[in-house]
Design a protein around this ligand. Structure first.
Ligand code: UFG
Length: 349
């Protein structure tokens, strides 16, 4: 197969390319405009896999360039895995138009190319954020969506709907949305991981950057939730396990195993973990003590969410292979790798 990976220099995209190159014979082409990543990501992929990735620096909202400089240059793709998107919940509340413009137009332009170049398969990065605060846990794919709160969340919800509607119009085309829960961790080698530009918002990069002195505080956002220790519950899933699900999903479609033109899967471990449990898992797997503080709740946060993942297990044959401890130890190896490398100055907030 020849696959186009959008956002291939990003956190999940780069791990997915690594999985494809390490475990399959598929050919990979990446397109990424480095809006929240950097070209060095391709060097890291090469270091780990020994293979170079052919890549394009094109903004997907620019249809003309996308068509002329990528699709007309490359021979036909067998499938597209679409990661490229803006993803900061808080930023999306402040800049909704930027989020709708970027995330929706990028996807629409890809669908136009799918139409024009007759590409048979598409995997979309969605998010458990589409469920908002669900009434019953764990959430299944039948749990009602549309209670999402942020513009970011609406770009995922709308993206799913656009893809579903598009799928119904096209013969010989199949699509899947994967609703990620909380992606964490790094490649187990410690040589590739998450590198958010500026100050991170997500828990695990905050933890690792705090532990190595890049940040001067680690605040737990609220300990007055109705959970076993008062802190919020999420379903943390290792990024390499997320990556592998894309390979399985693409192969499932291409092997014509999916009857429905469009389908959606939860992608989580199926286990709810509190913020304090994440901190303890980090301390246990690295031996580093975290001198955290308890702060107020973060605006817009939900109390608890975790996945029912039986559909992805049963249909795609996916299962999580790595634990929260693996996620913490690999994230820490990646942080130490950054500390020791010349990238340090650039990445440091
Ligand atoms: N948290 C802290 N301190 C921090 C950072 C986070 O206590 O410094 C807490 C949060 O309050 C939350 C938990 O850690 O309870 C996880 O927070 P993250 O920011 O890591 O992740 P979220 O669950 O808020 O967001 C993730 C994805 C979003 C997605 C959302 C869907 O990053 O893209 O899940 O629920 F929309």
């Amino acid at each position: 197969m020849k696959l186009l990976i959008t956002g291939g220099a990003g956190y999940i995209g780069s791990h997915t390319i690594i999985d494809i190159l390490e475990n399959t014979d598929h050919e990979v082409v990446s397109v990424d405009n480095f809006s929240n990543s950097e070209p060095a990501s391709y060097d890291r992929i090469e270091q780990i896999t020994g293979q170079k990735v052919r890549h394009y620096d094109i903004d997907l909202t620019d249809y003309k360039r996308l068509k002329e400089e990528l699709f007309e240059v490359e021979s036909a793709f067998d499938g597209i895995i679409h990661f490229a998107a803006l993803k900061a919940v808080g930023e999306s509340v402040e800049k909704p138009v930027m989020y709708y413009h970027n995330n929706l137009n990028s996807q629409i332009n890809l669908l136009k190319c799918i139409e024009k170049y007759d590409i048979p398969a598409f995997i979309f990065s969605s998010s458990c954020t589409v469920y908002g605060e669900a009434e019953t846990l764990p959430v299944t794919e039948e749990t009602p969506v549309s209670k999402t709160e942020s513009p970011y969340g609406y770009t995922k919800l709308a993206g799913e709907k656009i893809l579903e509607d598009f799928s119904k119009t096209k013969d010989n085309f199949r699509a899947i949305s994967l609703r990620y829960f909380n992606p964490v961790g790094a490649h187990m080698s410690g040589k590739n991981g998450e590198l958010p530009k500026g100050r991170p918002n997500n828990l695990v990069p905050v933890v690792t950057q705090f532990a190595s002195g890049w940040l001067d505080a680690l605040a737990v956002h609220g300990d007055d939730y109705e959970t076993r220790d008062g802190t919020a519950i999420r379903d943390y899933i290792h990024v390499s396990d997320i990556a592998h699900a894309h390979v399985l999903a693409m192969e499932y479609i291409v092997a014509q195993k999916q009857e429905a033109v469009y389908d959606v899967y939860n992608l989580g471990v199926g286990k709810g973990v509190t913020v304090l449990e994440v901190i303890k898992a980090f301390e246990a797997s690295t031996g580093k003590k975290l001198d955290y503080t308890i702060g107020p709740r973060r605006a817009g946060d939900i109390e608890a969410i975790y996945a029912d993942n039986s559909k992805v297990r049963n249909r795609l044959g996916w299962e999580p292979r790595l634990t929260i401890e693996d996620a913490m130890s690999s994230a820490w190896r990646w942080q130490e790798h950054l500390n020791a490398s010349r990238d340090y100055g650039k990445a440091r907030p």
